[in-house]
Design a protein around this ligand. Structure first.
Ligand SMILES: [Zn+2]
Length: 351
């Protein structure tokens, strides 16, 4: 996970369409849109029972396909380990029948989403893309958002982009492949995983399952394709980027202990917020901390949390604070990053 490089293949939208073919494009894209809406209609915020509703729906859609009616053993639920909510992944396998082959591509999509508190006042529309678009028209919006909304070319809704449309795309293409299974060579293993936005319970349960499936079916894994979202790399970027490789993610954390004092005697104490702000100034968005492999620079660290741990208002300053960073890696190992983080804190504070 921590090794690897990232490259981006630039593909324009014409090429993307030609990959899908011509005549079936419309039917496929309509099917993808329909399923995307159906999946978005289910509120599946990470850490809630809605995640189970989403995985049940995905299971039902597969179970309804003629291929899985004929091959029910190739479709299964996979429980998370020790999960109090009882969440589960859906695993669907396709076995090509053109010529015998062990070659297998793994496909991954997550069915959970982040919360909806940022929809303040519009929560009930977060799962209803068409109604939401109408409601959004009532708002005062920035010009570029208004333009996208009025174009009618975009769908809005919680998790529709990250990544229910990606899950719907895989499922629809799998259905299309199974309808002509005698023409398909190789195998597919798809997992719709949950808990992606929080603790990765779904993926952690799926990894040992992949090893088990390899032993049971003799699969030779060739590649893993994740259809999570991609976005423009800069303003007006028209390229559709496909990312190859892996990026590691770490979350270096600092716990800062200062010394309380009354605000009337500021020099008698040590403000932990002053220390965290100095650490942030040193590390945040500083590409000196990025990994560079094959001219690819990993994203610089940025804070995911910065707070003091004072529980209520008083005229005494905070004693402790904590902060943590999102830290993307291409080659650095956790111990290397820890050394860099210690150096960052010590180096800056000496200045
Ligand atoms: Zn995602």
């Amino acid at each position: 996970m921590l090794e690897g490089k990232i490259e981006n293949l630039k593909v324009d939208s014409t090429n993307v369409l030609s990959v899908l073919g011509t005549n079936r494009d419309l039917t496929l894209s309509k099917k993808i849109e329909k399923l995307t809406i159906e999946l978005t209609n289910i509120l599946s915020v990470v850490g809630t029972s809605g995640e189970i509703d989403a995985s049940n729906k995905i299971y039902e859609v597969f179970a309804d396909m003629p291929y899985y009616k004929k091959n029910p053993n190739l479709l299964s639920h996979l429980d998370f380990k020790n999960d109090t909510l009882g969440r589960k992944n859906v695993v669907a396998i396709v076995k090509g029948e053109k010529t015998p082959s062990d070659k297998t591509v793994v496909l991954i999509g997550h069915s959970d989403t982040v919360g909806i508190s940022d929809y303040s006042g519009f929560e009930e529309y977060a799962t209803k893309p068409y109604e939401l678009a109408k409601k959004l028209k009532e708002l005062k919006l920035p010009a570029d958002v208004r333009e996208n909304l009025d174009s009618g070319n975009w769908l809005f809704g919680r998790g529709i982009f990250d990544m229910k449309c990606g899950v719907a795309t895989i499922m629809t293409i799998m259905e299309d492949i199974t309808e002509n299974i005698s023409e398909f060579e190789g195998n597919l293993v798809f997992a719709a995983v949950g808990d992606e936005e929080e603790s990765l319970g779904g993926m952690l349960a799926f990894v040992p399952e992949l090893v088990k499936l390899q032993e049971e079916h003799g699969f030779e894994y060739q590649a893993v394709v994740d259809t999570d979202y991609m976005s423009p790399r800069y303003e007006n970027d028209e390229q559709k980027n496909i990312y190859v490789g892996t990026v590691g993610k770490l979350m270096p954390s600092f716990y800062v202990v200062g010394k309380e004092t009354h605000v009337g005697q500021p020099y008698k104490g040590l403000d932990p917020n002053l220390i965290t702000s100095a650490i942030i100034t040193e590390i945040d968005k500083n590409i000196e901390y990025s990994d560079i492999v094959d001219k690819e620079v990993s994203l610089p660290p940025i804070t995911l949390r910065n707070r003091d741990l004072k529980e209520e208002y008083s005229v005494q300053i905070a004693k402790t604070a904590n902060l943590y960073f999102n830290y993307a890696t291409h080659v650095s190992t956790p111990d290397m990053v820890l050394e860099k983080m210690k150096g960052a804190a010590e180096g800056h504070l000496k200045r």
